[in-house]
Design a protein around this ligand. Structure first.
Ligand SMILES: *Cc1c(COP(=O)(O)O)cnc(C)c1O
Length: 363
């Protein structure tokens, strides 16, 4: 069988290791496993949301409302946009896939920062597109504009705050990049962690309306991180009506399940849960900063729900992640991104205590 040539160059996405794997491989009791690898919300999800999922379970035999009227209505009120500006995906990942398929052909190029969300590359390569990266992991305006002029990419990805590094790009800088790009190029502003950045510093807050007045920009958001619904797979894209309309052509029917829709609609009504999640996070992340200083390694100032620790040459991120895994603590090694670094999701107080206990023995 001969597969599409484009596949030769694609590395399979490596998700954070699941709890079940650690239980199986190291015989650790599931309740002793601490998973700080996939940027899930340590508070879980809102009780109101889990109740709604339970209440709607009997509807599992029905196809979902394919118009997604209620969820789009809730998002349009939340962001002060029209429903026609919104497309819902099974995670914002699916919206990334739609736009890649809608725009890219073989030989096109896409532009992103040196170290950023791995799926941008995978979706682009599926279409045979070439990947261009700026020299820095941060989104530097000059580097983006220079690379844009040189390569004329079809898509420019701005991940702010950036995963897996945790840094953010200010609203002002994002607008500078957008203004330098002409309307044949789509700019994706991926705000998967925006709730955390906006709470930390206003100058990093980007609302869809700040950017979608440009007809070639799409803003992406998700319920997977601050809203604690990673398992329900709901994300959204917000942009100009014409752009959204083209993306609809790529959408499979019923892409969001009945229970996921119900969960996301309820989550929109429980903003208090998000505020409490951020309050817990803000308190706990300072402990991670202190821990790094006390143990003599660097970290990247984080605008997300995780922190990235940077190790010097006498420490190896792969050895450190493997040693933690054997103790039942799952973190994300960034060696595959070319960094001697690890990404750790900020957990509950107890999870973080355990991480510090195990990591201080290892380092
Ligand atoms: C988690 C994440 C997403 C998408 O997550 P979904 O669960 O598919 O909504 C998108 N971009 C970045 C940078 C992320 O970290």
């Amino acid at each position: 069988m001969k597969f599409n040539d484009a596949l030769k160059d694609i590395k399979i996405y490596e998700a954070g290791k699941p709890i079940e794997l650690v239980v199986r491989e190291f015989g650790i009791d599931p309740k002793d496993v601490v998973k700080l690898a996939s940027n899930e919300n340590p508070k879980g999800c809102s009780i109101r949301v889990s109740q709604v999922i339970a209440d709607n379970a009997y509807k599992a035999f029905l196809y979902p409302d394919d118009s997604m009227f209620e969820l789009k209505d809730a998002l349009s009120k939340k962001f002060n946009v029209l429903s026609e500006n919104i497309i819902i995906g099974a995670g914002s990942d699916q919206v990334l896939e739609f736009l890649s398929r809608a725009l890219l052909s073989e030989g096109d190029s896409v532009l992103m920062s040196q170290v950023t969300f791995a799926m941008y590359e995978i979706y682009a390569k599926q279409m045979g597109a070439k990947i261009v990266r700026t020299p820095s992991y941060e989104h530097k305006v000059d580097e983006f504009i220079e690379a844009y002029r040189e390569h004329n990419p079809k898509i420019v990805y701005i991940c702010t705050p950036n995963n897996p590094t945790g840094d953010a790009t200010s609203r002002e800088d994002v607008l500078k990049i957008i203004e330098a790009v002409d309307e044949d190029t789509l700019v994706v502003v991926d705000g998967a962690y925006m709730e955390y950045a906006a709470a930390k510093d206003e100058k990093y807050r980007i609302e869809p309306n700040d950017v979608i007045k440009f007809s070639n920009v799409i803003y992406l958001g998700t319920f997977s991180k601050a809203y604690g619904l990673g398992g329900m797979r709901v994300g959204y894209g917000i942009g100009d009506k014409k752009l959204i309309n083209e993306l609809y052509k790529m959408r499979p029917p019923f892409n969001i399940t009945t229970l996921s829709l119900a969960a996301a609609i309820e989550a929109c009504k429980d903003e208090l849960f998000v505020e409490e999640s951020i309050a817990l996070h803000t308190k706990e992340i300072t402990r991670y900063e202190t821990f790094a200083k006390e143990n003599g390694f660097e970290y990247i100032d984080s605008y997300t729900n995780f922190i990235t620790y940077l190790f010097s040459d006498n420490m190896d991120s792969t050895e450190i992640s493997d040693a933690l895994l054997k103790q039942g603590v799952i973190i994300r090694n960034l060696a595959s991104y070319g960094m001697n670094a690890v990404r750790i999701t900020i957990g509950t107080k107890e999870q973080n205590d355990r991480l510090f206990e195990v990591l201080s023995k290892v380092v």
